[in-house]
Write a protein that binds this ligand. Sequence first.
Ligand SMILES: Nc1ncnc2c1ncn2[C@@H]1O[C@H](COP(=O)(O)OP(=O)(O)O)[C@@H](O)[C@H]1O
Ligand SMILES: [Mg+2]
Length: 237
Amino acid sequence: MIQVEALSKDYKSVRVLQGINWAIEDGAFVIVTGRSGGGKTTLLSIVGGLTRPDAGRVLIDDTDIWQLSEPDLAALRNEKLGFVFQFPSLIPTLSVLDNVLLPIAFGDKSPNLEDLKFATSLLEMVGISGKDGQYPAQLSGGQQRRAAIARAMIKRPAIILADEPTGDLDEKTEAEIMDLFQSINGQGTTIVMVTHALDYAKIGKTYTLKDSHLFPYEDSEASPRDLTRGGELRHDA
Ligand SMILES: Nc1ncnc2c1ncn2[C@@H]1O[C@H](COP(=O)(O)OP(=O)(O)O)[C@@H](O)[C@H]1O
Ligand SMILES: [Mg+2]
C-alpha cells in the first residue's frame, strides 16, 4: 500500500505539487495523466524515493520512506520498487540479459543460476526471448522497452512505477506494451503509470495532475475550487 500525505514540492519559485493526498491499494493499476510540465514525473519520482519532497510523507507499507537513511531508502527501492523510465535507459555495453540482471548486481549479491533462469523467463514473458545475448542498439524501440520492463521485474517488486512507458512507440507497439503491463498487474503487481495514452484510462483508476493538485480523471476539467466542500479542499480521490 502506498500512502501519500500532504505532499508538496517547489522548484525555485515554481509550485509543482501542493498538498497531495493519495492512496494506492496493493494490486491496483493506477494511471496519472496531465499536461507536460504538470509535475507527473516529479510526483512519480518522489513516490519512488528518487526526489525528496519539500513537505509531506510517502508511506510504502507503513514505512515513511523519506525518514529513512539513504542506504535504507536505496535498499527499499531495490527490494520493493521497479522503475520503467520515460526512455528505456538500458546500458549500451551490456547484453540484454545482463541489463535485466543489473538490479541484482546492485543488491547484495551477484546473480546466481536461479536469477539467470528467472531473467530468461522474464525475457520470454515480455516477448523477446532469443534477444538475451544481443545489445540494446540491436533492438527496436519496442523491444528495448520490453527489456526495460523485464529489468524492472527482476527483483519481483511489489510495485512498478512507469513514466510514459509508451510515449515514443507506435500505436500497435503501445497496445502490446499496455497489454504486457496489464498481465503483470494481473499477477498481483501494483502498477503506477504516467501516460498520455488515455485510450487505456479504463484499465485502472485514473487521475489528472493539474494546477499542482491531483484530481480523479472524471473531475479533471474542474478547477480546485470546484472540489471545495464545506471549506475543505479535497485533493485526493
Ligand atoms: N530537477 C528540476 N529542477 C528544476 N525544475 C524542475 C526539475 N524537475 C522538474 N522541474 C520543473 O517542474 C515542473 C514539473 O516537471 P515534471 O515533473 O517533469 O512534469 P511532467 O512530468 O508532468 O512533464 C516543470 O516546470 C519542470 O520544468
Ligand atoms: Mg514527465
